[in-house]
Write a protein that binds this ligand. Structure first.
Ligand SMILES: Nc1ncnc2c1ncn2[C@@H]1O[C@H](COP(=O)(O)OP(=O)(O)OP(=O)(O)O)[C@@H](O)[C@H]1O
Ligand SMILES: [Mg+2]
Length: 226
């Protein structure tokens, strides 16, 4: 009989999500959170960060395109107030999207100094777009994932979905990460326009259903399937 290995899981805290993936992300893994604009990527990440913050874990959020001030306003409007955690166990960092080549170096120094339990990079899209050569692109992402693997962090990388079947700007990142969670806004659907799909989650028996979600003044949550 095959021996069942119980893996250590990191709860995301997104209401209704963790039980789709056996309780959370595998500790130490790197998950791609992919979606079109306004689908709730940063909101999902806010829940992930707040769950870590409340548990006393060290959390790092690296934002490239949306300024920290605006992100904090969005989260606050949805009941997530990071003010009492900021610079204690939550560190919000900005990286200029035009200087994405510095990301591996910046990340390495952040991981060394902060030793975070949770990391979010929102987003890596400009990095994907800034490297023309596919070999160089994969090499850079492998370098980033290797840095994260050697660290204590469980990570969310955010990318804009390029199409219904391509989960990052160039279609490369999804092959390198441990998991892919997709957020979609389906304009043609009269009811439940917003959906979440677990497209891949290594070492996990996960839901393969499209789950309706909503965003309210309490953030993002999954709705019960009808
Ligand atoms: N208080 C709220 N009530 C209802 N919906 C809200 C509320 N706050 C935000 N939203 C919805 O959430 C969306 C923004 O979510 P979020 O910033 O997480 O999306 P995103 O995928 O990160 O977008 P972007 O591509 O701009 O980074 C808004 O476009 C709006 O539809
Ligand atoms: Mg965002």
């Amino acid at each position: 009989m095959a021996e069942k290995t119980q893996l250590n899981r990191v709860a995301t805290g997104v209401p209704g999500f963790d039980n789709l993936i056996e309780g959370g992300f595998v500790r130490g893994s790197t998950v791609l959170l992919s979606g079109g604009t306004g689908t709730g990527k940063s909101m999902f990440a806010g829940h992930y960060l707040m769950t870590g913050a409340l548990a006393g874990e060290k959390c790092v959020y690296i934002t490239t395109e949306e300024p920290i001030v605006k992100l904090k306003q969005d989260w606050l409007r949805c009941g997530m107030d990071f003010s009492k955690f900021e610079n204690r166990n939550v560190f919000l960092e900005e990286i200029n999207p035009l200087e994405m080549a510095t990301l591996p170096r910046r990340l390495s120094s952040i991981l060394d100094s902060r030793k975070p339990d949770r990391v979010v990079i929102d987003s890596t899209t400009m990095l994907s777009l800034s490297i023309d050569n596919q070999f160089e692109l994969r090499k850079t992402f492998l370098q980033i994932i290797s840095l994260l693997n050697k660290s204590t962090a469980t990570t969310i990388l955010i990318e804009e979905a390029a199409s219904m079947t391509q989960y990052s700007a160039t279609g490369d990142v999804e092959y390198l990460v441990d998991g892919v969670v997709v957020l979609r806004y389906m304009e043609e659907m009269p009811e439940y326009k917003r959906h979440l799909l677990v497209r891949k989650m290594r070492r996990t028996k996960h839901s393969e259903t499209r789950h309706p979600i909503q965003i309210t003044d309490r953030g993002l949550n999954l709705l019960k399937l009808k």
